[in-house]
Design a protein around this ligand. Sequence first.
Ligand SMILES: Cc1cc2nc3c(=O)[nH]c(=O)nc-3n(C[C@H](O)[C@H](O)[C@H](O)COP(=O)(O)OP(=O)(O)OC[C@H]3O[C@@H](n4cnc5c(N)ncnc54)[C@H](O)[C@@H]3O)c2cc1C
Length: 293
Amino acid sequence: MLSVSKIDCEKNVNLKKLCSIKIGGTAKKVFFPKDIQDILTIYNESKERNRKLVLIGLGSNVIFKDGILEYMFVSMRKLKGINIWEKGDNVYIKANAGVSFKEITKIVKDMNLGGFENLAGIPATVGGAVTMNAGAFGKEISDLVESVEWIDGNGEIVESSRDEISFDYRYSQFQKGGIVVSAVFRLYKADYNVGEKIKNIILERNKKQPLDLPTSGSTYKNQENLPAGYLLEKVGLKGYRVGEIGFSEKHANFLVNYGNAKFSDLIKLLQYAESKVKEEYNITLEREVRIID
Ligand SMILES: Cc1cc2nc3c(=O)[nH]c(=O)nc-3n(C[C@H](O)[C@H](O)[C@H](O)COP(=O)(O)OP(=O)(O)OC[C@H]3O[C@@H](n4cnc5c(N)ncnc54)[C@H](O)[C@@H]3O)c2cc1C
């Protein structure tokens, strides 16, 4: 069996560097696989040593606890590679898990491909976006997915078509297990200016989101017809802080780190928000952020 010793790895990594909200302690080891063989090797090692694997894309939706974390962390950022082909009016992009939405945005602008515009500006890798079923302005990544290549719980490489994968609002089956290795997206040759549309989408995003402070995006999933931000604002939590973590004054559903926020304060804030909304609206808020504790 191949050994993980040949795979790029960093020791004693400050987890603040691997997530956008910049909270977290130290990871004993972080692996940086460059191809599917590296991932299989890491996967087998985790099974053999009975260690939990924690996958990280850009870290835009994850929050790590403080202290020393012993999990096997795997940053997918170096798993790059893109293939593009045409069939009729459609253009297909196959992208490996570590390809960022920034890279895809550049391609769709350069080639004037339609379908992806509303998702431009979401800070994500392909693997993280498929896992979270990231979406914006009424469009979700699952709308574009043709197929996903992933590693299942037996360490087998599986290719599943869109219909075989369970997706829902900010949910995919990969949140319960499996490693997304690559995905194929179906786009089309547009007869309008894609770059112009993307520019407007990004302007719209920038107006609403607090991008001047470290954040992890939406904290809670929206409830049917009731945005989580609305509920948080109604219970008086817009701009509310515990220590150096708070709900943004610009967008109540965005957590922001005002400096050196502590994980314990963040948990206190989430528990307080959840109890307030339950008390006043009898609604159980569902966390969108992925807490690694
Ligand atoms: C400023 C800001 C704006 C945002 N706006 C939006 C928005 O408009 N819409 C939206 O939906 N989200 C938004 N988000 C949240 C975030 O960008 C998305 O959830 C994104 O899909 C996360 O991608 P990532 O690569 O950073 O994944 P990460 O945050 O690194 O990981 C997310 C989850 O996926 C898992 N994961 C990562 N890679 C893999 C893989 N290859 N295989 C299996 N599991 C994997 C992780 O373990 C974790 O559970 C925003 C976040 C920020 C900070």
